[in-house]
Design a protein around this ligand. Structure first.
Ligand SMILES: C[S@@+](CC[C@H](N)C(=O)[O-])C[C@H]1O[C@@H](n2cnc3c(N)ncnc32)[C@H](O)[C@@H]1O
Length: 240
């Protein structure tokens, strides 16, 4: 069975591949940009892992951050590596957030919803703890990405590993059904995010990284809905 561990996820996030390094940094900047953090914001990070995104949030502004992840080893690693920030990190699942309704100004969930069984139930719980007028930023893997099919085929070999690819329209519907107003979408990258490796060969090749990144940066601004991972920023509207 597959288990999320800091060793596995650090290997991905902090890989020597220029494409993965680019993606990890882009994930941080997209998240910080979307959240528009202000001092004293109450921020909940769902599925915080070992703290890759969390560090960027804690560096961006003096926020009141709480993180949650079901993996004990991830939470332990986060507490150690971010000890200087005295983080409040809990072990728990997105389906049952141990907080009162409307307790956060911002909720962030990156790279998580594609790995859960019931994304809608998880989103519903995040919206419950978000205050009216607060921001939700979440990401999903995109079924329209050119990498969707090869990655799904590759995942067949990984027992117990969930990675759902959805169309952006599906998430739009989810957010709408939960009473959120979509403010915008952004994409990580069209081609520069997941090099596919077969033996010693990798596509796109590492030596083409600079050129691929330049084309990609231009393309992803215009075609975010084709990106590998799509970020949604939405506001919780007042009930009618
Ligand atoms: C791909 S990692 C992303 C970690 C971090 N958000 C990041 O962007 O680096 C997926 C994370 O989702 C967590 N996760 C899996 N199922 C979850 C659930 N039901 N609720 C909350 N987090 C979950 C995993 O433990 C893991 O830390």
């Amino acid at each position: 069975m597959f288990e999320w561990t800091p060793t596995f996820w650090k290997g991905w996030r902090e890989s020597s591949s220029p494409y993965r390094q680019f993606k990890s940094e882009r994930d941080r900047s997209l998240t910080v940009q979307a959240l528009q953090l202000r001092e004293a914001d109450r921020v909940l990070e769902v599925g915080c892992g070992y703290g890759w995104i969390s560090r960027a949030l804690l560096d961006a502004a003096k926020i009141r951050w709480v993180g949650l992840d079901p993996s004990e080893s991830m939470v332990r690693e986060l507490r150690t590596s971010l000890a200087a920030y005295q983080p409040r990190a809990l072990v728990g699942t997105a389906y049952h957030l141990p907080f009162a309704a409307e307790s956060f100004d911002k909720v962030i969930c990156t790279g998580v919803l594609m790995h859960v069984v019931d994304e809608f139930a998880a989103l519903q719980e995040m919206v419950r703890v978000l205050r009216t007028g607060g921001l939700l930023v979440c990401s999903m893997n995109n079924a329209l990405s050119p990498f969707s099919l090869p990655v799904r085929l590759r995942n067949h070999r990984k027992r117990g590993f969930i990675q759902n690819f959805r169309r952006p329209a599906t998430y739009r519907r989810y957010l709408q059904a939960l009473g959120l107003k979509l403010l915008g979408i952004a994409g990580d990258s069209l081609f520069a995010t997941v090099p596919l490796s077969i033996g010693r060969f990798s596509f796109p090749p590492a030596r083409a990284f600079t050129a691929v990144r330049q084309i990609d940066q231009w393309a992803v601004q215009r075609f975010a809905w084709l990106a590998y991972e799509v970020w949604f920023t939405a506001i919780k509207a007042a009930s009618p």
